[in-house]
Design a binder for this molecule. Structure first.
Ligand code: GDP
Length: 465
């Protein structure tokens, strides 16, 4: 069943031993069920008497009225709560065992364990937030940099929703006007209507194009630049990685993967994130366990947004690699002439590189020993990918692929409207495309989405949210 109206519970804080843990309960029976396991300082089951939006002292007790924990408990009665249902939050001690014991008591008394994201899903299904805001909640929790945090907050405040809703209202108005004119030509005049619609439509198209354009940058700002470091064994790939990671006190995380060769590392350079791909291979090279050269790295480089091609400038056997030439032709690429500290034995010069790979490719002399070129590398990457400030002031970026796809579909429909208007087709011809654009925009805010999609979106949430 899509909407379940039972009462759910979950541990909302992390499952680690901590000072405080929060157990959240939501649903029609939240107060009744929790009251069975709660007593106040005088030993009374008094939860039902408390006013909404208060926090109260007391104890959790089991079936024998034996105290399990000393707690603070808050009550938020419907509809003024996160889910628009009755919500109770127990602030217990943050030990895993204690939190689990309380959760088990709730389940024994009639609660069901919440699915991941189910609290937010209820907030959405109960009409408190639209889908862009729900997705912003998830983005905020998973934000890896200041940009994501700020953008999610803007989205949470309804900035994207308002933009989309305004567009939808305008499209709806025109659709209604056309329908009325077709039904009631005496009162609604369609003379010169084409001109009016054409002006409106161009405005909508521009606004969608701007949002779509922002998304390429937005997604990269939020999720990071997929980066491949390639080069012959011993060129200095892992030294570069360590330098980037170490110097900036990087958040180095292994992204879950089923095989070692799809492991990525997120390296934070100030506000930019580099998602360095295939570093398992690079690290192995450093360990000298397995020498991995250009071949393996080439595979991941095909999917990268950025290629860092590192060349040992003291390499006497350096020669043109056609495969690399082909690979970097249409990509953002930077060539690093490494080991520049060994001036006495430099063999590969900037000029040679420009002759092989073209004049336009940035070439930096680097040394992983004295850190030459690292700042320049960061600056080139920033200029390559970002226009203006990295952290937007009030501008909202679309950072979600689902939303981007819906925008592209809406734009396609509006472009069809333009073709029909330009070809002087009759009005009823393009109302269908207007309708489609309206529906695609509706998908973004969650007005026209099917159950499966909703399930999929919320299943990516964490427990207790
Ligand atoms: P990889 O095989 O491409 O990952 O290369 P490594 O990063 O493992 O480097 C190979 C060797 O070159 C190591 O001994 C490094 O210490 C050394 N190395 C890397 N970068 C530099 C550099 O800029 N200058 C000098 N002198 N040695 C370097």
């Amino acid at each position: 069943m899509f909407f379940k109206d039972d009462t759910i519970c979950a541990i909302a804080t992390a499952m680690i031993d901590a000072g405080i843990g929060i157990i959240r309960i939501s649903g029609d029976n939240a107060i009744n069920i929790t009251d069975k396991i709660y007593i106040d300082a005088k030993g009374n089951h008094s939860l039902k008497k408390y006013e909404s939006h208060t926090i109260n002292y007391g104890f959790i007790v089991d079936e024998n009225e034996t105290k399990v924990d000393e707690i603070m408990i808050s009550i938020m009665k419907a509809p003024r709560s996160y889910t628009k249902e009755d919500v109770v939050e127990i602030n217990s001690h943050g030990g895993r065992l204690i939190m689990e014991s309380i959760l088990n008591l709730l389940i024994r008394n009639g609660c069901r364990i919440a699915e991941p994201g189910e609290f937010t899903k209820r907030a959405f299904l109960n009409g408190r937030i639209d889908l862009t805001r729900a997705e912003a909640v998830m983005d905020l929790i998973h934000a890896k940099n200041d940009f994501s945090m700020k953008n999610s907050e803007l989205q949470l405040s309804g900035k994207l929703f308002n933009k989309i809703e305004d567009l939808r209202k305008e499209i709806l108005y025109e659709m209604a006007y056309i329908e009325s004119a077709i039904d009631d030509p005496e009162n609604y005049d369609l003379t010169d209507y084409d001109t009016r619609l054409s002006t409106q439509n161009s405005k909508w198209i521009k606004s969608l194009e701007k949002l779509i354009e922002s998304s390429d940058e937005g997604i990269i700002r939020k999720d990071g630049i997929r980066t491949a470091i390639i080069g012959k064994p011993n060129a200095g790939k892992s030294s570069l990685l360590n330098k980037l990671a170490g110097e900036e006190k990087a958040i180095v995380t292994d992204i879950e993967g089923t095989t070692r060769d799809i492991i990525e590392e997120n390296i934070r350079l100030g506000d930019i994130i580099l998602k360095v791909m295939d570093t398992a291979g690079i690290r192995d090279t450093e360990d000298k366990i397995e020498k991995i050269g250009v071949d393996l790295a080439l595979k991941s480089a095909n999917n990268a947004d950025l290629i860092l091609y590192i060349i040992d400038s003291t390499d006497k056997a350096f020669s043109n690699e056609n495969r690399i030439k082909d690979l970097i032709r249409d990509k953002h690429a930077i060539i690093l002439l490494n080991k520049n500290d060994r001036t006495e034995s430099i063999n590969v010069l900037e000029n040679d590189i420009h002759n092989i790979y073209g004049k336009n490719i940035p070439v930096i002399k680097t040394s992983m020993v004295d850190e030459t070129g690292i700042d320049e590398l960061k600056k080139i990457i920033t200029d390559m990918f970002f226009s203006g400030d990295i952290i937007p002031k009030e501008e909202i970026y679309v950072t979600n692929i689902r939303q981007k796809e819906a925008l592209i579909n809406a734009l396609e429909s509006l472009n069809k409207v333009k073709l029909s208007v330009d070809a002087c087709m009759s009005e009823d011809f393009y109302t269908i495309d207007l309708m489609n654009a309206y529906a695609f925009l509706g998908e973004i805010i969650g007005k026209e989405v099917d159950e499966d999609l909703i399930e999929e979106i919320f299943s990516k949430f964490c427990m207790g949210k």
